[in-house]
Design a protein around this ligand. Structure first.
Ligand code: NAD
Length: 502
């Protein structure tokens, strides 16, 4: 398909948002903001408004939390087999509307269609994966003690709040919401204000698939108002949050008074460490993929390139050669790899790092400037001659921007890799398995891939160390967060009970 054909198709999908504002979905009803306020969702392609959206107030969030609270008892008591059936039906609904989801997501976020079509399908996989686990969610263990048999089981926590960011928002929302529903929790979702379109489709699909009203509620709006109210609401037992580290820290404070459980997936400044004995061709392909796919707006992007000095110049040249072929353009153009960044506010932040790089004395070996005058377009960028303490080597830029730093020894590579506030993911390239074992043992990151790009495996734990997060998602780790573990001890004998006062 051509860009022109895709533009015509997306025009059809956008019509549903032209009749009026995107409503909140509360207790199975479409609801506008209590004060009638709305905000516009803009396309980063050209800043044109795609939709107006209800701007959530504290009262709206309260209504959604009450709806989730009322729906909880019935949903928690619904059999695992039935929850499994409904979640598979949601996955079917996502697959049936996969093109619409991918097209709208691309236009709303600027992420290219080639990646958004995969993200829509991954969202369906997330639902299927947790659907299949639903029947065993409450299972526990039995533990023998002296004169007692301990039986553990798990019960769903209650209504939970899910707050999501604007990067791949559809897929990420399903990653957080599917396990909550699978284990019997009810949900209030606050999507990112920069990308609200597909969150609306998602809750619609879920209700059409048979999810009872009130089990899943969506309130749009600003983080400081709607998001904050959700984190402070007494009916909400836990907050699953994906976003920036500093927002995570605010949420922790906001949630403290109501003693909420929190789960944070936060920022990263992830190293890809390339030793001289690595398969350089594969390592270069992976490094380019991990920083320049998804516009570099990806928490696990390999934004620091640590290369052994003996191969540094050659490897950097390989990265530049490969990146030169990357097309920057309209996200609905099938040939595009990098689309516009999400919003002018974020674009400004990324562009500022080009000035910071120059001021710090690094070299801009590729890119480093805005492309065109319309839309938030930035090309693949590479900083060289950087040192480990520069801001471009320490701070999350969250764009298609890579900082290369040479190292001489394994010890030095480790020191640089661990010398940041973050610890989300790491990528290690070496042919020496003993070194890989030694290095990964010391690398302070929640997820490490050896001789590979980020290849996800849903049963494996996903999450970060240090400022990159608290807790893990994936497999049973997700259920552990959304459930309470209970122990029941049964006496197995007429053991002696202390007689006080006898
Ligand atoms: P953000 O923190 O600005 O916003 C995320 C969400 O939090 C939005 O819905 C926002 O409205 C809400 N929010 C903002 N202030 C709030 C408050 N005081 N209380 C409650 N909610 C509030 O993040 P972003 O810019 O949308 O997303 C990009 C960030 O997300 C990057 O740092 C990226 O690394 C991170 N991220 C992490 C992962 C991961 O798995 N570790 C995945 C994706 C994105």
């Amino acid at each position: 398909m051509t860009l022109e054909e895709n533009l015509a198709r997306v025009g059809g999908y956008l019509k549903q948002f032209q009749a009026g504002p995107i409503h909140h979905r509360i207790g199975g009803q479409d609801v506008l903001a209590s004060d009638g306020r709305t905000f516009d969702s803009l396309s980063p392609v050209d800043m044109s408004p795609l939709a107006t959206v209800a701007q959530g107030t504290e009262a709206d969030v309260d209504a959604a939390c009450q709806a989730a609270k009322s729906a909880f008892a019935d949903w928690a008591a619904t059999s695992g087999a039935e929850r499994k059936r409904v979640l598979h039906a949601i996955a079917d609904g996502i697959v049936a509307r996969k093109e619409e989801i991918a097209f709208l997501e691309a236009l709303d976020t600027g992420q290219s269609l080639r990646f958004m079509s995969k993200a829509a399908l991954r969202a369906a996989d997330n639902f299927r994966f947790f659907a299949d686990m639903a029947p065993s969610a409450r299972d526990g263990r039995s533990l023998y003690g002296n004169n007692q048999l301990n039986v553990t089981n798990r019960v769903p926590l209650g209504p939970v709040g899910i707050i999501t960011p604007w990067n791949t928002p559809f897929m990420l929302s399903t990653w957080k919401i599917a396990p909550a529903l699978a284990c019997g929790c009810t949900v209030v979702h606050k999507p990112a204000e920069f990308s609200p379109l597909t969150a609306r489709l998602l809750v619609e699909i879920a209700e059409e698939a048979g999810l009872p009203a009130g089990v899943w509620n969506t309130v749009n709006g600003m983080g400081e108002v709607a998001g904050k109210a959700l984190t402070e609401h007494p009916a909400i037992r836990a907050i699953g949050f994906v976003g920036e580290s500093r927002t995570g820290s605010m949420i922790m404070k906001q949630a403290a008074d109501t003693l909420k459980r929190v789960h944070f997936e936060l920022g990263g400044k992830n190293p890809v460490v390339v030793f001289e004995d690595a398969d350089l061709e594969r390592a270069a392909d992976a490094a380019v993929f991990m920083i320049y796919s998804l516009n570099g707006e990806r928490c696990t992007s390999s934004s620091r390139l640590l290369v052994q000095r003996s191969i540094h110049d050659r490897f950097v040249e390989m990265v530049i050669e490969k990146a030169k072929g990357i097309k920057v353009g309209h996200p609905l153009d099938p040939a595009t790899t990098i689309g516009p960044l999400i919003h002018p506010v974020h674009e400004k932040k990324v562009l500022e790092y080009f000035d910071i790089a120059r001021a710090e004395g690094a070299t801009i070996a590729m890119g480093g400037e805005k492309i065109g005058t319309k839309g938030c377009y930035v090309g693949p960028t590479l900083f060289t001659n950087a040192t480990k303490d520069m801001r471009i080597a320490q701070e999350e830029i969250f764009g298609p921007v890579l900082t290369a730093i040479p190292f001489d020894t394994e010890e030095e590579a480790l020191e640089i890799a661990n010398g940041v506030a973050y610890g989300l993911s790491g990528y290690v390239w070496t042919a020496d398995v003993t070194r890989a074992l030694r290095f990964t043992d010391q690398l302070d990151a929640g997820m490490i891939w050896v001789n590979s790009e980020n290849l996800r495996h849903l049963p494996s734990p996903f999450g970060g160390n240090k400022a990159s997060g608290i807790g893990r998602d994936g497999g049973d780790w997700s259920f552990d967060f959304y459930m309470e573990t209970k122990n029941i001890a049964f006496a197995t004998s007429q053991h002696r009970i202390p007689k006080l006062g006898a």
